[in-house]
Design a protein around this ligand. Sequence first.
Ligand code: ADP
Ligand code: TRP
Length: 321
Amino acid sequence: MRTLTGIQPSGSLHLGNYLGAMRPAIEAQSRGECFYFIADYHSMTSLLDRAERRRNTLEVALDWLACGLDPKHSVFWRQSDVPQVTELTWIIGTLTPMGLLERAHSYKDKTAKGIAPNFGLFAYPVLMAADILLYDTNVVPVGKDQKQHLEMTRDIAIKFNQTYGDTFVVPEADIREDLAVVPGLDGQKMSKSYGNTIELFGDEKSTRKKIMGIVMDSRTPQEPKPDADKNLAIQLLKLVAPADVARDYEERLRAGGMGYGDLKKALFEHYWHHFAAARARRAELAAHFDHVEGILREGAERARAVASAVLTRARKACGLE
Ligand code: ADP
Ligand code: TRP
């Protein structure tokens, strides 16, 4: 069984990325073969700064490795180091109905947010389908926002198989319903593009400032809060603190007598502690960038071997060779 996922190097990774995509991906390492990559081609649809792309790519590599991606077990590479994926994008693009792409939520959301529509942004789901199909992927751990992209990938694979004969594995999404949408500092979905993230490896001062800055209502500390479970700090605490600790804070908030300041302080402390070991590993890796580059290069070689075989299969299926 092969698991694959990708994350764009479009900004610092955050708690939503970790819980929605990275942690399930890292856990999957104990169950089978894993293919994880940094989607730098995808980042070109929204990020035009070359230095930033390079920097983010290395930062994302550090984040993955620090959080537990084991390069001995998993294949870990930079998407653009296996350019075969762009050929497959073209091949399957010719079987992708316009209507399918026109219905894509992510395209509509991104253009509504002011990202200038370009062909790459429109074709984004086809490149993503190629990422998945090129590696005979069985399972794709992602957050809920990617559900539609996975459905499109399946549609494209099925259509190709019907048109040219059985060629691609039809993949399944792995979406954890309980962690499908991690809320951001403003209560909306946490996202790099909404400026509402808690970064995984931000520095202590700015992380504390962000958490202490979460806006709460104006009820006094003494007032009981029957809606404690809806409180954003409680929701986030449940994600990073032991279950009994989070429950205890929730009860104290519900009963009244605890101020929001104390609650946010606790959230910061647990957040900081939750990622302490990973933070230390990351600092160590950051001191050895060459080593990280080497991991990505070696990963690209292993990925290329699989990609070439599947691409040849697809080319043959449609009469290109
Ligand atoms: P962003 O929205 O911050 O740009 P990406 O689109 O790069 O994040 O997402 C990378 C992965 O992280 C995807 O699998 C996505 O579904 C997951 N993810 C992103 N934000 C969240 C969130 N708030 N909750 C759960 N999963 C998320
Ligand atoms: N579109 C994904 C995102 O924004 C990133 C991505 C690109 C991806 N290719 C992929 C995720 C293939 C899973 C599989 O989050």
